[in-house]
Write a protein that binds this ligand. Sequence first.
Ligand SMILES: Nc1ncnc2c1ncn2[C@@H]1O[C@H](COP(=O)(O)OP(=O)(O)OP(=O)(O)O)[C@@H](O)[C@H]1O
Ligand SMILES: [Mg+2]
Length: 325
Amino acid sequence: MSRLQVVSGKGGTGKTTVAAALALALATEGKRTLLVEVEGRQGIAQLFETDALPYEERKIAVAPGGGEVYALAIDAERALLDYLQMFYKMGSAGRALKKLGAIDFATTIAPGVRDVLLTGKACEAVRRKDRGGRFVYDYVVMDAPPTGRITRFLNVNDEVAGLAKIGPIHNQAQAVMRVLKSPETAVHLVTLLEEMPVQETADGIAELRAARLPVGRIIVNMVRPRVLEEADLELVETVPRSSLARSLSSAGLGGARRGGHAERLVDPLLAQAEEYAERFALETEQRAVLADLGLPLHELPLFAEGMDLAGLYQLARNLRGQGVS
Ligand SMILES: Nc1ncnc2c1ncn2[C@@H]1O[C@H](COP(=O)(O)OP(=O)(O)OP(=O)(O)O)[C@@H](O)[C@H]1O
Ligand SMILES: [Mg+2]
């Protein structure tokens, strides 16, 4: 199992939710995971119902069996200070620079350099060891930018190459790329069973593969429950209305008066079945497109009442059940 798990996907499909569930799943039974976000949106804090995350790794959840999930909101400017401190031992000088506004360029610098600071911080957490020589985190899960930007975001080497051909930024980019292009990393894509996100997933995978970035799994989120089996769907087309009315009536759905009221339920019921059949056909089509991409495919259910912490733990269990962690 790769130690850096990157979660991307079309906007709004559940990247943050799935990344959090994955971090919980991977922490199960005594492991320690770090869940990082890189876009300054505080989505993780919201999800875990805690205050905004500072730029500091802090424990946000306990996984089943005693594992721990830590979280960190990576910020490019702070990552730059870390970086300066690491390479130039200029901790307090860095703080002074910050006060002077001299390093405002952390936010205005070339996007490639910005990205390498963010991915660099995540890679540092992946490789960090304690005094006993053990990895501090068993896994790092990244709530990453969306599919449209993920390849550029991760492919920092190419982005930075044009800007810094030698020197520490160049070396940092090389070190980051060694981790990102190795089996130590897996990039997962979250999608819905709808045409647009599925198409975006297919395009995203092609781009990642072209950049030789390791694609992991496809996670279909918010899958609605199956209400009718195929045989039932066929029956909908052929069942006589009168027998449907009788069944409704004998199931007590027609009110007291024999026949009459149940008859009124037949049309809406058939309309609903038809709608479901249509949706089911579309979903089947999209499942086939996803299956063709040749990656492990997983499905997570839609929680019709919305997400909460209990739902998050349920998704984590579900992922474990599917062998994702
Ligand atoms: N399986 C699910 N069932 C029900 N609601 C869900 C599920 N997964 C995610 N959601 C909800 O869908 C919304 C979008 O999820 P989330 O924020 O994780 O998506 P995202 O891809 O990170 O979005 P963004 O692109 O804005 O970062 C949230 O309100 C979340 O609670
Ligand atoms: Mg998000």
